[in-house]
Design a protein around this ligand. Structure first.
Ligand code: ADP
Ligand code: MG
Length: 592
């Protein structure tokens, strides 16, 4: 093929691919335009997860009728005009690409009117071509409707994720914008259902409540504005170490009002929590980072989701220091100082204290340090249903049959097998047992669920609510009877019996806590994930003293599991100290 210049429509479709990746990108560009136009109200209506319709209306400045067609040309913008302007961008947009890109991959329709003009202008585009233009009565501001996104780019359509996933991207985007723009009232509708709104009062506490829900919002700690020597100001809200997440999704960073993704700043946040959070846990963070305009380049990424700092290290330490200061003030970081450590006193000749004090003789009274002695009527390990226990032949166990010796530290069970000693993590082991029983019951649709005496309403964060609503059927099969009850409220009617008398709000949190970014499209995998979380919550804890019978029952049930060696999350349930290894350690073997 000879070299040739691509036709304009194809060129804009290619360019559009960089700006418009998915429905949420359209929402982002349109909402940012509204904010740049000084809007105080932004309404977003989404139908069919954004495939059918995305409509963003605002009460901003509007577009002069004569300029409206131009706004849809590539590289047409009212926000910058010279190369110097690139160094001091104070608006969210500046590339003049969004409207052209969006119009080229959809059927787009705009109505806009500015202050002082008698009527507004209306334009229709299809695949980037202007179909009609007319004057029309309209309130001040702009309404842009984007229908049939990607109708002419089937390849893109194919790459869209499930409706749930696309919707959750949109909700996350809108809630994040609301955090950065508390003085703007945002409203988001999915198929006629209001799923999120912020008050627009400018009060940050209110926005946090709107976005995270009461339960989380009241735990967040304010980071007062802290300025670094380089003039970088950091402020915002962060979670205490006691409140964490399994992924980084709740770390939200704004640089000069723009929501950005930055691995290095994420690392600065995690670094600030160093030793305060367990490995693999992440805080909830909303940070506003204000950098002098000349010190940050926002023109790095077509979707403007990344920025480049003139001095990345300064940004890193500004963030880390601001957070660390707040965290340390709240909870001084314990540091292990070897000089302060005194070996415990003990009678010469007695057993080392670790063993004499921690090994619980099975019948002994609960140790003083045990937080919750078990009551006989509340045995944490119910025996398996009689049918299974008696009728089925024992499966060939993957682990040998063991004799229970006792409990150590109210967390581990010591057992003896034919080849040495086993230390069993009681929590992990019980998780595994519950998981297998639960999955088995789920397969036969016989999960025991417990109806609440009275339905309970529970508030959940809006983005989790959307996902929860999509999984109502799966959850029902697992014993959770939950129905929508307002945009971010659910009504709980019943819970899986295995959770016992748990507070319904906590039960719902168990389900939604770690919804993954793109939760797997496979129903069965999703189900297993939820079950694993439920079992984690329901399993006996470390710190719980178990009776001899309970210990024996737990070990016996573990022996019957298909995969007894790991918990459903992959951690080991037991450590094996073989006779051979003990003999070596005691110098009886191979030491000569
Ligand atoms: P950019 O935002 O980078 O300038 P866009 O393609 O998003 O490029 O928009 C082009 C121009 O259209 C903007 O510069 C602005 O003048 C005008 N515009 C777009 N949306 C709005 C809106 N909601 N209100 C007022 N003006 C708008
Ligand atoms: Mg724009």
């Amino acid at each position: 093929m000879p070299i040739h210049v691509l036709p304009d429509t194809l060129a804009s479709q290619i360019a559009a691919g960089e700006v418009v990746e998915r429905p949420a990108s359209v929402v982002k560009e349109l909402a940012e335009n509204a904010l740049d136009a000084g809007a105080t109200e932004v309404n977003i209506v989404v139908e069919g997860a954004g495939r059918q319709l995305i409509r963003v209306s605002d009460n901003g400045s509007g577009i002069p009728a004569g300029e409206a067609p131009l706004a849809f040309q590539r590289h047409a913008t009212s926000k910058i005009s010279t190369v110097d302007d690139l160094n001091s961008i104070a608006t969210l947009g500046f590339r003049g690409e969004a409207l052209a890109s969006i119009a080229s991959v959809s059927r787009t329709h705009i109505i806009s009117r500015i202050e002082g003009e008698a009527s507004g202008v209306q334009l229709r585009f299809e695949g980037g071509k202007l179909l009609s233009q007319q004057m029309i009565g309209a309130p001040r501001g702009t309404v842009i409707s984007v229908e049939n996104l990607f109708f002419n780019v089937p390849a893109r359509l194919k790459f869209l994720k499930t409706d749930t996933s696309e919707r959750s991207h949109i909700t996350r985007l809108v809630t994040r914008l609301a955090l950065a723009w508390p003085q703007v009232r945002f409203r988001l509708h999915f198929d006629n259902r209001l799923v999120f709104q912020s008050s627009g009062s400018g009060n940050m506490d209110e926005v946090l409540l709107d976005v995270f829900g009461l339960d989380i919002a009241r735990q967040l700690i304010a980071v007062p504005p802290t300025e670094s020597p380089e003039g970088i100001t950091v402020s915002g809200y962060i979670s205490p170490p006691s409140l964490s997440r399994a992924n980084r999704r709740e770390i939200t960073l704004f640089v000069n009002g723009r929501w950005i993704q930055d691995a290095k700043l994420n690392a600065a946040v995690t670094q600030a929590y160093h030793t305060l959070l367990m490995v693999g846990r992440y805080p909830i963070v909303v940070l506003l980072i204000d950098v002098p305009h000349g010190d940050v380049d926002v023109n790095v990424h077509p979707a403007k989701a990344e920025v480049r700092f003139r001095n990345p290290n300064a940004a890193f330490s500004a963030v880390e220091r601001a957070l660390r200061q707040v965290l340390v003030q709240r909870s001084p970081v314990p540091e292990f100082a070897p000089s302060q450590w005194q070996p415990p006193e003990r009678d010469p000749g007695s057993l080392p204290p670790t063993w004499s004090s921690l090994l619980v003789p099975a019948e002994a009274a609960p140790l003083p340090f045990a937080p919750q002695p078990t009551r006989p009527d509340d045995s944490p390990i119910p025996p398996l249903p009689a049918s299974e226990a008696t009728q089925q032949p024992l499966p060939t166990p993957e682990i040998p049959l063991m004799r229970v010796i006792g409990q150590v530290g109210a967390a581990y069970i010591v057992a003896e097998g034919p080849d040495g000693l086993y230390l069993i993590d009681q929590h992990a082991a019980h998780e595994r047992i519950l998981f297998e029983v639960f999955m088995e019951q789920a397969q036969h649709q016989e999960i025991a669920s417990q109806v609440l005496l009275q339905p309970v309403t529970v508030d959940v964060p809006p983005d989790a609510a959307a996902q929860l609503f999509d999984q109502i059927d799966t959850l029902k099969a697992l014993g959770f009877e939950i129905e929508p009850f307002g945009p971010s409220t659910v009504k709980v009617r019943s819970l899986p019996a295995v959770l016992g008398n748990i507070d319904p709000a906590r039960a719902v949190r168990v389900v939604i806590e770690d919804f993954e970014e793109d939760e797997t499209p496979f129903e069965s995998e999703r189900e297993a994930k939820i079950v694993a979380r439920v079992c984690k919550r329901a399993a006996v804890r470390a710190g719980q003293v178990l009776t001899t019978q309970e210990q024996a029952e737990l070990v016996r049930q573990l022996e019957r599991c298909d995969s007894p060696r790991t918990c459903p999350h992959g951690r080991p349930t037991m450590i094996h100290l073989s006779v051979d290894m003990l003999e070596r350690q005691f110098g009886r073997k191979g030491a000569r």
